[in-house]
Design a protein around this ligand. Structure first.
Ligand code: HEM
Ligand code: HEM
Length: 224
């Protein structure tokens, strides 16, 4: 690698996933507030597709996107936190950050999953899978949907605080790399993210899109 060339830390699909999920969370929030429920479902089911994609990408994607790359044992996380190694930079999520990613993904899955089964009080606005449960269960899903959203907002606030903390405390600029994929603050000797050809990307996108579309149809086929 040439001196001064920034190390590649995030592959393009992971970056697109990140900024698209941000957009869809905001859109889902706004459309729910405005009771524009048709748009809320489109936005929510698109978020479902993105999450399915990210889960698949966690197994077959670029090295720093893989769960095996950033899910370390609790002992390693504790050691990391105790020694305060926040400034020690390497590509990908640090041991503590890895679990915050998981928390965010779980919250998003809970948000979307409860939305699929939710129904509003008069049963008019309902998720595509609500017909599979009783009305009371669909109302419970709607309450949980509201609760998950509060949890998600807290996690997002912590996410932003952590990014500001790394900037102030350790001088780490994390946002730029999530945009460009490259991190100029890492030593040129650091290993770059390793990615693979387009085949697994295409298969992952097709799988995620089809599954989200099918769930959005209420698990029914067009003529079924
Ligand atoms: C990123 C994903 C999502 C976010 C951030 C989100 C957010 C919200 C919020 C803030 C509300 C209002 C809650 C309240 O009034 O207490 C809501 C309501 C609702 N959402 Fe979502 N939602 C998401 C995904 C989905 C999905 C995938 C579906 C189903 C396709 C869905 C179906 C519903 C329904 C049916 C309601 C009305 C519930 C009621 O009025 O009691 N949402 N959503
Ligand atoms: C709805 C709001 C947001 C959600 C749900 C969200 C979610 C996530 C997730 C799931 C990751 C892990 C990436 C992966 O491995 O797939 C991540 C990482 C990241 N996010 Fe966000 N994010 C949000 C808003 C933001 C905003 C507004 C910024 C910046 C201003 C931001 C900056 C970053 C950065 C820099 C990372 C990489 C952190 C690192 O270096 O370990 N995020 N975010």
């Amino acid at each position: 690698m040439d001196a001064g060339e920034a190390v590649k830390v995030w592959d393009l699909p992971t970056r697109i996933f990140h900024w698209a999920i941000l957009l869809l969370v905001v859109t889902s929030w706004r459309t729910a507030e405005m009771r524009a429920m048709d748009w809320h479902y489109i936005s929510g089911v698109s978020a479902l597709g993105l999450i399915v994609f990210r889960l698949v990408w966690g197994f077959v994607g670029g090295s720093t996107a893989r769960f095996s790359d950033f899910l370390r044992s609790p002992a390693i996380v504790l050691r990391y936190i105790r020694r305060g190694q926040g400034a020690q930079a390497s590509p990908g999520h640090n041991p503590a950050g890895g679990y915050s990613v998981v928390a965010m993904l779980v919250a998003l899955i809970g948000q979307i999953g409860t939305g699929l089964f939710a129904a509003d009080i008069d049963g008019l606005d309902s998720g595509p899978l609500s017909y599979l449960v009783t009305f009371d269960q669909a109302r419970l899903a709607a309450s949980l949907h509201g609760l998950f959203f509060n949890g998600l907002l807290i996690l997002i606030a912590l996410h932003l605080l952590a990014i500001i903390w790394y900037r102030i405390r350790h001088g780490r600029k994390l946002v730029g790399p999530m945009v460009t994929g490259r991190d100029a603050q890492l030593a040129a000797s650091t290993a770059s993210v390793t990615s693979h050809g387009p085949v697994r990307l295409i298969v992952a996108i097709m799988f995620a899109a089809l599954l989200a579309w099918w769930i959005g149809q209420g698990l029914r086929l067009p003529n079924g």
